[in-house]
Design a protein around this ligand. Sequence first.
Ligand code: PLP
Length: 367
Amino acid sequence: MTPVYLDNQATTPLAPEVFDAMLPWLKDNFGNPHSPHVLGRKAAAAVEVAREQVAALLPENGRVIFTGSATEAINLAMGAARTRQARNRIAVIDTEHAAVRDTALWYRTQGFETRLLPVDADGLILLEELEACLSEKTALVGAMLVNNEIGVIQPIEQIAEMAHRAGALMLCDAVQGFGRLAIPPQPDLIALSGHKIYGPKGIGALWVRDGIELPPLIHGGGQEQGIRSGTLSPALCAGLGRAAKICAERMQADMTHIEALAERARSLFGDWTVNGSLEQRYAGNLNIRRDGLDVARLMSDVRGVAFSAGSACASGSGRPSHVLAALGLEPLQIKSSIRLGFGRYNSLEDVEQAAHLINQAAETQLS
Ligand code: PLP
């Protein structure tokens, strides 16, 4: 039996229209988009259509660079810190995804001072802490739009304004918000991923504000605007482009649907406590806990639902979630937390069935 899929923050199913858009570039149209002949030019044109489709959801005064993942886009973006001469400080929110957090920490080995900015009990950045840490030494500030574990939405506009006042660049990891919410226009660098928007895995993109210098991360033929070498995959680009286009067309309808699913879920999980802000939240993410529960056991008992445990980080390492810890949760509370992620292709019945199975297993365990 296929489980009910409620793990849409980990990845999303491929939209059928996206599959159709990718197929021709995997079959007859196999040209290298960097070749000058007709097959190459056809593939290059498809890549440019996709670029426009992605750019349509992003601010106007910048360009889109295709990458192999959002993680690569973030690594590329953080290289901008190296171009800021005397500035050698990086500040990122403590609850960032490992793609930002671990990369920022790695910069310590490169002579940078990296600060992890604390959050309040709701998971929202403490702006006064950001203010206190900014100086003429700050090269880059990183803040995510929507948190992948708890769904809280950070005040990107304010963070970017504060970073800019100090002369720093602002990177926004928009992976969990792109295609679902309007993207705030203030950041200088914005990262996104194909497989979180019903597009393919293996492609991401970085939006870069005009005038921002970016050292290459991958050296070679210079195919992608001289910054990111390697042959682009027209199929992956076309898939990401079509996925972005559908998101643009359906953003309101998707949100209305997801809000209805979330409302139903909140009523069915009334005995659970929500982790993270109730107000500043993307509705498609419900991170909840129930005291006394062992979520590892719950997950092995509930085979009919694909969901995520709060106790294991995204890499599946089994390390306690640094996000829930940053909110001030005790280790036992972290071990009793689960994440449910709703998406475009979930139905109310999915939510009801999942709630029934999870609540039944939780009751059995706690009785
Ligand atoms: N940032 C956030 C917030 C994410 O949720 C993810 C994926 O889980 C990433 C970055 C990394 O994306 P990718 O899988 O494209 O490298």
